[in-house]
Structure formats: C-alpha cells, structure tokens
Design a protein around this ligand. Sequence first.
Ligand code: GLU
Length: 308
Amino acid sequence: MPTESSAVTGRFAPSPSGRMHLGNLWSCLLAWLAARSAGGRMVLRLEDLDPDRCRPEYSDQVMRDLEWLGLDWDGEPVRQSLRTEFYASVFEKLRASGLLYPCFCTRAERLAASAPHRSDGLQVYGGRCRTLSPEQRVILARSRKPAWRVMVPDRTVSFRDLVQGPYEENLARDCGDFILRRSDGVFAYQLAVVADDAAMAVTQVVRGSDLLSSTPRQIWLQEQLGYPTPAYGHVPLLLAPDGRRLAKRDRDQELGQLQTRYTAPELVGHLAVAAGLLDAFQPVTPSQLLSRFSWARLPREDRTLSLA
Ligand code: GLU
C-alpha cells in the first residue's frame, strides 16, 4: 500500500502561447494516465511567464481543451505570471549563495563565444562574463541590463528516466552556465519550473523528450535549493509524416481544427494506439485507458502521427 508521502503527484505544465496541438495533447494524456493510474493527484500549472508569447485567453482555452478531452486536475490552476515575487525569492537565495553572475553578452557575442552546437541545438556558453571583475561589471551595467547565469560545476548528473532509461550529462561540458533571468527581467523556464515543481509538491514529471536534456540542470538546481527530485518520464515526440516535430505552426494538427473532424474519444483513441495502449483504433475516454497504462508499453522512439 502506498503511504500518503509516497503518493504520486503529476502535473500538466502547458505554455499558453496558442492553441494546443496534437503533440501537447499526447504529453498531457500520458502525464494524466501516469498519475491517475497510480491513484495520484494531478495539478495544473500554466507556464505563461513570457509576456511576448502568452495571453490570458490562451490559458482559458488550454483549460477548456483539457476538459474537453476528459483530463481533469486537482485544486486551483497555478499561473506563473502571478508568481514573480516567489521566483525573485528563489533567485535571491541562489544569488546569496554566490552561484549567480550577471552576463552582459549580446546574442551575437554569446553565439561567437559558445562551443559548437550540440546535437539538440543548444549552445554551450563559454563563460565569457564569469570572470569579469566587479569594476568591469559596474562599467558594463551603465550601458546594458544583464541577464543572470548560474555557474555550473564540472559534474556529471545522472538519473534513470521512466521511459528513456539511464541518462546523464556533464553540466560544464554539455550545458554550461545557463540563464535564470533574462535581461528584460523575466525569470527563465529553468528557474520557474524547479521552484514550482517543488512548491506544488510534484513527485512525477511526465513531458516530451525534447526536455530530457533540461533535466540534469533541473536536478542540480533542486540540489542547490534543497528541494526533492521528482521521478521523470520523457515521452517520445509526435512527428509529422516528413519527420518534423509537430509544432504550433502545423495548423491542421491544432485542436481547434481537429475538433471539427474528431470527437474527443476518437482523438484519444488515435493517441492511445500511438502510445501502444490500444492494439487497434477505437474511440475511448482517458478513464477507459487507466487500467491499460504501463510504462513498459510506451514507445521510446518518436512516433509519426498526423491526423487527416
Ligand atoms: N511548458 C513546457 C511546454 O509546454 C513544458 C515544461 C515542462 O513540462 O517542464 O513545452
């Protein structure tokens, strides 16, 4: 019998920067099944920190879309845009421990000073501003607002992913000092996600495998802040037939379009076949899939799914 403290809390963490597309529905469905099939709680966090991309009406739409699909959550949704003071307090804690430094590099300088592209396109920052003297910082700050980076050690962080198996990265070599606050003052995803997963007592993070390489950074930040580390399951991505990742620009794979052609149980049925939870297509509700969910059934490789 799981004890109260070992019970699962999963989460949805959509970015409300437009209508959800098939790929978002897929990760939300799998996150919900993983938590609910374990008898766990599910919480909702709207990752609307970027004022240039997110709008309140998109957040409302995301909630309606989750409900339409048959995915529910517990408690009030958390909106990151309302939590700036909380992130500022976490940021100050890291700054007080001497882990942060201001980075005055422009985008062009950053690119010029970084290591070659990694396979996933991430640039490893070369550490140009790490060694600036206090005097240099004062002078640079007169003409430019800095971003803030966290100094990572030469350390390998490993974990066992529930879907992908063992994964590790060396922070200095594979990732480099990363940004926790942008030069326009907006707190970065890496800071907010770690602070919120801890504050919302999340114990199980299920999300797309495009975020697998963020996880070592997040685990290391959790350690610096004295937070527990949740379990992680990175589900494969849904690809368009030409091998590209489905993205918001694939308008025909957007929920608004899909809703004109499919009922919610039909969409869930197609996603369930792609996830290995149904052998043949049939319309189903998420609840009807609960007894079929198992980590072992999920594919590891990206899947092609594009609904006509
Ligand atoms: N907000 C992110 C997205 O929609 C997900 C972040 C996460 O799950 O950690 O891609």
